[in-house]
Ligand binder design. Structure first.
Ligand code: ADP
Length: 447
């Protein structure tokens, strides 16, 4: 309860209401007091003038101050002020409180002279000692509380009631999507990745829901990929394994002899298996984005020439010629030497493998802005258009039986694409069945 959103909102609202009302009340009180003070002062001065006139008239009629005391007492009680009157010698002749009669009194005493009384001669001084201002302030406060305090009380109560209602609905509105998010997150946690949050809200919560849904989508996709991957791998492993088992069973049953040929066939299947396992490991690293590239500014001419030299014997054995045509002054490229060598070797092996005797393979490289583009073109069998878009998918082979005979795992191009993309480059294939294929990839120029 104390930690609930509703309670916190309510607390914040209540605090704002109390502070606002308090501040308004304080400032109104302050202003009202100042106003009352000014009014009081003006009234007091006017009273003093009138009293002074009355007293002068009295003196004029009586020719002395005798008998003035009752009048002064009356005025004092009417106006609520202390009135002191002294004669020309400064001796008190009247005091509304009756205490100072006959004593000397002067301006140094508390209070202040408001009127000096003159007939033709100086006849005395009238002192009016105002009420202490705290009393005025207090009165003002009393008036204020009586008149507008009640208004504030009701206003405050209404505001608090509204705050309770508003925070209640507000927190419900906010919490409803949060609750559904929580529910879906729980489902996700249990492994049900198909769940999505249904929130049509354009606030931050809506944004959160959208982000959450796209996260769920990614999780679902990743999970599906993983499932497919396992299925693919199982499928790929099954074929060489069952071949090996077939050979072994045939040997056991005496159908075939365990001679050199059989052993070579067994060895080929085992080699295929181990290549598959190696490629898989490579691919899993690449797909997890964990391919550690050791990059440096490298000489691409050298890399191409070295790789071609490695592939040359294989090509010559097959009667395929390999040529290299590089533009002069190629810049250094920022690459992992081993990995790009692996990409190039894979493309060259594929080209040689899919090109018949008498055909040719050519490697070219040229600068394209901030990139160096390397191409491997062959005059081989080519790739049908419907397969061209799939050859970079893992385990995809255009002709299952033929490619298996050449020992391909169907992962070579997948890994090559991952490696090139990890360098920030692109790899693509163009092909015309019967005319040959051309694979090209880009590498970033070193700074
Ligand atoms: P593999 O290990 O089977 O060669 P890749 O991923 O390297 O797997 O290639 C996928 C498929 O693309 C190959 O099985 C082959 O059918 C096709 N392919 C690749 N390169 C060429 C090429 N130069 N000419 C014709 N087909 C090719």
């Amino acid at each position: 309860m104390v930690h609930s959103l509703w309670f916190r909102l309510l607390l914040a609202f209540a605090l704002v209401i109390v502070v606002t009302i308090g501040a308004v009340f304080f400032f109104i009180n302050q202003a009202a007091q100042a106003e009352i003070h000014r009014f009081e002062e003006r009234a007091s001065r006017m009273r003093a003038d009138r009293m002074g006139m009355e007293m002068s008239r009295y003196y004029f009629q009586q020719e002395s101050w005798e008998g003035i005391q009752p009048y002064v007492e009356q005025w004092g009680s009417i106006y609520g002020e202390r009135i002191v009157l002294t004669d020309a010698q400064g001796i008190v002749v009247a005091d509304s409180e009756g205490e100072l009669l006959g004593e000397a009194y002067s301006a140094g005493t508390p209070g202040r002279p408001l009127s000096t009384l003159w007939q033709t001669d100086f006849i005395g001084t009238l002192y009016i000692i105002p009420q202490p201002s705290s009393v005025v302030g207090f009165t003002a406060l009393q008036i204020l509380i009586r008149t507008i305090g009640l208004f504030f009380l009701w206003g405050g109560l209404i505001a608090v009631a509204m705050a309770v209602i508003m925070t209640f609905f507000l927190s419900r509105r906010i919490l409803a999507p949060v609750r559904s998010l929580t529910a879906v997150a729980k489902q996700l946690g249990k492994g049900d990745f198909s769940q999505r949050v249904q929130i049509k809200d354009r606030s931050e919560i809506g944004e959160l829901a959208e982000t959450f849904n796209s996260m769920a989508g990614n999780l679902e996709r990743a999970e599906r990929l993983q499932r497919n991957m396992v299925a693919d791998v199982a499928h790929e492993l099954r074929t060489p394994l069952s071949n090996i088992r077939g050979y072994l069973e045939a040997i056991r049953d005496g159908v075939i002899a365990p001679d050199e040929n059989t052993i070579r066939s067994l060895d080929e299947e085992a080699t295929l298996l181990s290549r598959l396992v190696n490629d898989l490991q490579e691919l899993s690293l690449a797909e997890a984005g964990q391919l550690k590239l050791i990059r440096a500014g490298e000489n691409i001419d050298l890399l191409i020439k070295q790789t071609v030299a490695v592939i040359q014997p294989q090509a010559m054995a097959k009667g395929v010629s390999v040529s290299v045509d590089l533009t002069d002054g190629l810049p250094a490229v920022d690459i992992d030497w081993q990995r790009i060598g692996q990409v190039l070797r894979n493309l060259l092996e594929n080209a040689v493998a899919h090109t018949a005797e008498g055909g040719s393979v050519s490697v070219t490289a040229s600068r394209q802005g901030g990139w160096v583009e390397v191409s491997v073109a062959d005059t081989g069998e080519g790739i049908p258009a419907e397969d061209l878009s799939n050859i970079f998918e893992r385990f995809y082979r255009v002709d299952q039986s033929r490619t298996r005979a050449t020992g391909g795992s169907g992962l070579g191009l997948t890994i090559a694409r991952r490696i090139v993309e990890a360098h920030g480059g692109r790899i693509e294939a163009h092909s015309e069945p019967g005319q040959g294929s051309r694979f090209s990839f880009t590498l970033p120029v070193a700074r």
